[in-house]
Design a protein around this ligand. Structure first.
Ligand SMILES: [Zn+2]
Length: 395
């Protein structure tokens, strides 16, 4: 009697797990958890912990103060052929937070209609988390992993990972490769490049005065804001993929007061890593300059994503994933996305990274967000097959 190979055992078991995956996904989607809702995001984490406990997979909790804790689930690997990489973890990561306001799962609970699942975070990215959980469970059951597997579950990606970033970067520095199952593109494609982004806020100080009786004593912070917004937007360079958007403004005290304060929030996106410092330098100049004499302004960076750029090792990982996906019945292409994700952090510290390998879905961050249920199993199989081929691919 010949033993079944881990690959056939794993893919055959995953093929039987769609209903079980939907059960876990339903529990996760129906658990509230916006990025600022630490108890909610930790409740989603408790679902992960319960599942792992049932599988006999240990989970380490890395506590975070304001946002969801980070969880690290570990499955030890067998012997690796590529011994230099043997100790490095094969990382599957994902975020548990969503962009939705509190109460959203009650208003819009998980549903499945004609093979389409809906509900807050169903594709972005609770389906990806479920996929990671079942792939970890499969390797735990049947063995065959070419090295240690690490599932990293974070809690604040949608706001730039202010507390998750250091855990993600430390994990990625020790990683052999990183899979990030953000939702697969509607085409079924994965993401091999992403823009970087910097979210910042500028505060302007002017001087209040009655705009009828004492106009000349006032210094308008709103006048300054208007000039700064125009100058900031002029830094946009679409050919280089650089965009600036002041997406939120506020300010002033009353209609008949020269505005003593104003605030704007900037979203900068860029493609080339070198452009980040150049454009930030120009933003700092605009903030430091007073277009309305007497105003003063400060700039604070609130969150940041680094771009995902394709290194030769990441290209190799992508090529290998395409083959693994083909054997799982999927045709996969690589796409560029203007959206940012945690994969930029892992790529920036040198870990070969592939993003959007999650189940296929779309319309993320909107009430129309959806998941193609039939993609759950094949995308999980594709990731498992890719992991099993790391040695052969020399990764
Ligand atoms: Zn996401």
């Amino acid at each position: 009697m010949t033993a079944e190979s881990p690959e056939s055992a794993i893919t055959a078991w995953l093929a039987t797990q769609q209903e079980a995956m939907l059960g876990v996904l339903e529990a996760m989607v129906n658990t509230d958890g916006g990025s600022y809702d630490k108890p909610g995001v930790d409740a989603v984490g408790a679902i992960v912990q319960r599942f792992m406990a049932e599988q006999g997979i240990p989970v380490e909790v890395v506590p975070r103060e304001k946002h969801g804790d980070c969880l690290k689930a570990r499955v030890e690997g067998g012997e690796a052929l590529n011994s230099g990489n043997m100790q490095r973890s094969i990382v599957m990561m994902g975020h548990r937070d969503t962009v939705f306001p509190k109460g959203e799962p009650t208003r819009r609970p998980f549903r499945v209609d004609n093979g389409i699942a809906t509900g807050p975070g169903v594709a972005d990215m609770k389906a990806g988390l479920v996929m990671n959980m079942f792939v970890l469970a499969a390797f735990k059951k049947f063995g065959g992993a070419p090295g240690p597997l690490l599932g990293l579950f974070t809690g604040d990606e949608e706001i730039g990972s202010p507390e998750g970033r250091e855990v993600i970067e430390a994990t990625a520095r020790e990683a052999r490769v990183v899979f990030n199952p953000e939702p697969g593109r509607p085409s079924g494609g994965v993401v091999t490049g992403r823009k970087g982004g910097v979210f910042s806020v500028f505060d302007i100080e002017g001087k209040a005065a009655h705009s009828g009786g004492n106009f000349e004593a006032g210094i308008s912070a709103i006048g300054e804001l208007a000039a700064k917004v125009t100058a900031l937007h002029a830094l946009t360079d679409l050919k280089r993929g650089i965009t600036l958007n002041v997406g939120l403004v506020s300010g002033g005290q009353s209609v008949n007061t020269v505005a003593p304060w104003a605030q704007g929030q900037i979203d900068l996106r860029y493609v080339e890593p070198a452009d980040r410092d150049e454009v930030m330098g120009r933003i700092h100049e605009i903030i430091a300059r007073s277009y309305v004499p007497g105003t003063r302004a400060t700039l604070t960076i609130r969150g940041e994503f680094l771009p995902l750029t394709q290194t030769p090792a990441a290209a190799k990982l992508f090529g290998m994933y395409v083959d693994a996906a083909k054997e799982s019945g999927l045709t996969v292409t690589g796409e560029f996305s203007g959206g940012c994700a945690d994969s930029g952090f892992t790529a920036a510290v040198g870990a070969p990274t592939i993003c959007a390998v999650g189940p296929v879905g779309g319309k993320a961050h909107s009430p129309e967000e959806y998941l193609e249920v039939a993609s759950l199993v094949p995308r999980a199989q594709a990731m498992a097959r890719a992991i099993l081929r790391l040695d052969r691919a020399g990764l």
